[in-house]
Design a protein around this ligand. Structure first.
Ligand SMILES: Cc1cc2nc3c(=O)[nH]c(=O)nc-3n(C[C@H](O)[C@H](O)[C@H](O)COP(=O)(O)OP(=O)(O)OC[C@H]3O[C@@H](n4cnc5c(N)ncnc54)[C@H](O)[C@@H]3O)c2cc1C
Length: 501
C-alpha cells in the first residue's frame, strides 16, 4: 500500500520534501500553520497592527550564497538573475518551484501541528488544529518528516537590566547591535543608513573572519571546486583565503581574528569593512550591565556608552520542536550532559536526519554548513524518500548509528574552533557527496566522462560545484542538467563551455 507521509512545515524544506514524495510515489500531506509557503523567506513589514509577525528574514537581507550554489538541483535559479538574491527574489523562486511541481494541493494551510507521538506499531499519530475551526484533530501516518526549521526560538543572552530598553524606531537613534554573526553584521550595516550611530557588541575579543561576497571578481562560493576541495588540504585553502581577504580588506588590527579561518564560521559581508573604517559601526566588548539612568550600558572591558536608544539582540536561535519530546532529537539527558559543555545546538541524529532510537521519523534542515541550505534540504529529502522506499542500504544497528554520530561530533571538535562548535555543523561538499553516493547520484568521474565526455568532466572537477551536478546521473537524473551547468560556468570557463556543447 502507498505510504502516507506527514510533512510538518511548508518552507523550502517542506516544499522540496513534498516534491520528492510525489516523485517516489508516496502520499505527502503537509501541515503549514501559516496561510502561505516559503517559511522564513516570506518577508512582511512590521507595523502597528502587525507588531508580532511570524519569524522571517529582515528587509535588507541578501543571500550570502550565490544563485549557482543556492539553486534546487532540477529547477535552476534563472541564469539572468543576479548572483546574490534579495528576499523578494528568493520568495519568487520558491513560488515558481511550488507552482512548477504543483505542490500547493498537498498542503493543509492554517493548520498547526500540536503534538506527534509514536504508536505501538511504530507509526506516528499527528495531532493538529485548523486555526479557523478551532477544533483539534488527529491522523495516523506511516512516516513523519519534520521541516519546521531552526529559526523559531530566539536565543536570548542574559544581561542585568535587559528589560530596561524597549524597541522603538531607529531614525537618528543610537543603536547597539549585540552579536557578531551574519545577521548582526547585516543589521548593523543596514542601520547605518538610519541611525545616528551604530555600535556592535561582540562577546569574544576579536571579530570573526569576514568574507566579501565576491573575491577576485568571483562569487566567494564558486570556489573551492570539487578538485580543490578534495586535493588541497583545508588548512592551505584557508590560508590562501585569509591572505586574499586580509590584503584588500584590512581588519582593524586590534580586532583581527586570531583563529584559523578554516576552523571558524565566517561571516559573509563586505559593507561592514567600510562601516568599520568610517566609524559608522563601532565595535564594543560584551555587555556587563544595562542601566536606565542615562540609558547607560557598561561593557566588560570597563567602557561605558550613554544615551543608547535601542538594543537589538542578534544572538541566534535554539533548536526547538514544541510538538515533540526533546529526547527524540537530542538523544536524552545523558547525551546532553556529555556534550553540552563543548557544543551548542545539540542534536542526536544519524546523518543529521534520523533519531537512532525512533523509526519512521526524520528531520530536515538541521545542518549548518559554509554553503547553501536549499540544496542540502533537497538532498536530505531525496535521501529520506529513498530510505522509505527501500531504495538505499538499510540503516545499521542503533549502536552503529550512535557511533557514527559520535564520530561526527569528534570531527567537529577537531576541525572547529570553540566558537564554531555547533553540533549541527557539517562540511557542505562532503556531506552532500556522501548522501549522493548512497542514493546513487554522485557525479563519478568515470561515469561523467563516459556519458558527457572529457571536456564536460573538466567543468565538474574545476568549475562551480553547483548542486545541479547531482542530477547528471542516477534514477532521478534530469535531462536539462548539462545545459544549466554549462550556462552557470560560462563566465569563468567559456573555452571549455564552447567545446562541450
Ligand atoms: C537572515 C537569514 C539569511 C539566510 N541566508 C541564506 C542564504 O543566503 N543561503 C541559504 O542557502 N540559506 C540562507 N538562510 C538559511 C535558510 O535558507 C533557511 O534555513 C531555510 O529557509 C530554512 O527553511 P526551512 O523550510 O527548513 O524552515 P522555515 O523557513 O523556518 O520554514 C518552516 C515552516 O514550518 C512552519 N511550522 C513551524 N511550526 C509548525 C507547526 N507546529 N505546524 C505547522 N507548521 C509549522 C512554519 O510556519 C514555516 O513555514 C538564511 C537564513 C536567515 C535567517
Amino acid at each position: 500500500m502507498t505510504k502516507r507521509i506527514a510533512i510538518i512545515g511548508a518552507g523550502i524544506s517542506g516544499l522540496t520534501t513534498i516534491k520528492q514524495c510525489l516523485v517516489d510515489d508516496l502520499i505527502p500531506i503537509c501541515f503549514e500553520q501559516n496561510s502561505f509557503i516559503g517559511g522564513i523567506w516570506r518577508y512582511e513589514d512590521v507595523y502597528e497592527k502587525n507588531n508580532d509577525p511570524y519569524p522571517s528574514v529582515y528587509k535588507g537581507v541578501l543571500t550570502n550564497t550565490s544563485k549557482e550554489m543556492t539553486t534546487f538541483s532540477d529547477f535552476p535559479i534563472p541564469v539572468d538573475w543576479p548572483t546574490y538574491l534579495n528576499h523578494s527574489l528568493v520568495e519568487k523562486y520558491i513560488n515558481m518551484y511550488a507552482e512548477h511541481f504543483n505542490l500547493l494541493p498537498h498542503i493543509k494551510f492554517n493548520t498547526a501541528v500540536l503534538n506527534i507521538s509514536i504508536l505501538p506499531d511504530k507509526r506516528w499519530k499527528v495531532k493538529y488544529i485548523i486555526q479557523c475551526e478551532n477544533e483539534e484533530k488527529d491522523e495516523v501516518f506511516d512516516f513523519v518528516i519534520v521541516c519546521t526549521g531552526k529559526h523559531r526560538k530566539p536565543k536570548w543572552p542574559e544581561f542585568k537590566g535587559m528589560n530596561l530598553f524597549k524597541a522603538i524606531d531607529f531614525e537618528d537613534k543610537r543603536v547597539l547591535v549585540v552579536g557578531c554573526a551574519n545577521s548582526a553584521m547585516d543589521i548593523a550595516v543596514e542601520l547605518t543608513h538610519a541611525a545616528s550611530q551604530v555600535y556592535l557588541s561582540i562577546r569574544r575579543e576579536k571579530l570573526p573572519w569576514i568574507i566579501p561576497r565576491f573575491i577576485n571578481g568571483k562569487a566567494h562560493d564558486h570556489s573551492p571546486s570539487r578538485f580543490s576541495a578534495y586535493m588541497i588540504p583545508p588548512f592551505i585553502r584557508g590560508k590562501i583565503l585569509e591572505n586574499n581577504i586580509i590584503k584588500p580588506f584590512s581588519f582593524p588590527p586590534n580586532l583581527m581574528p586570531n583563529e584559523p579561518l578554516i576552523t571558524s564560521l565566517p561571516v559573509i559581508n563586505f559593507e561592514v569593512f567600510q562601516c568599520l573604517t568610517a566609524g559608522t559601526v563601532i565595535v564594543k566588548s560584551d555587555i556587563k550591565e544595562l542601566k536606565s539612568e542615562n540609558n547607560l550600558i557598561e561593557f566588560v572591558d570597563g567602557t561605558i556608552l550613554e544615551n543608547i536608544d535601542v538594543v537589538i539582540y542578534s544572538t541566534g536561535y535554539d533548536i526547538e520542536y514544541p510538538f515533540l519530546e526533546n529526547h527524540i532529537f537530542t538523544g536524552g539527558d545523558e547525551i546532553v550532559q556529555e556534550f553540552e559543555k563543548d557544543f551548542y545546538n545539540l542534536i542526536w541524529l544519524y546523518k543529521s536526519m534520523f533519531p537512532p532510537k525512533y523509526p519512521n521519523i526524520a528531520f530536515i534542515g538541521l545542518t549548518l554548513a559554509v554553503g547553501a541550505n536549499l540544496p542540502i534540504s533537497e538532498m536530505q529529502a531525496r535521501y529520506i524518500t529513498s530510505h522509505i522506499k527501500g531504495l538505499i542500504k538499510p540503516f545499521p544497528s542503533q549502536y552503529e548509528m550512535e557511533k557514527s554520530i559520535r564520530n561526527n561530533y569528534e570531527k567537529v571538535r577537531k576541525n572547529s574552533c570553540k566558537h564554531a562548535r555547533n553540533a549541527i555543523r557539517q562540511n557542505y561538499l562532503s556531506y552532500m557527496d556522501n548522501l549522493s553516493k548512497d542514493i546513487g547520484c554522485y557525479p563519478y568521474s568515470y561515469e561523467i566522462i563516459k556519458k558527457f565526455g572529457f571536456r564536460f568532466w573538466q567543468l565538474i572537477m574545476f568549475g562551480i560545484a553547483t548542486p545541479i551536478q547531482y542530477r547528471l546521473l542516477g534514477r532521478d537524473s534530469w535531462e536539462g542538467a548539462k545545459e544549466v551547468i554549462l550556462l552557470y560556468n560560462k563566465d569563468n570557463f567559456n573555452h571549455i563551455v564552447r567545446s562541450s556543447k
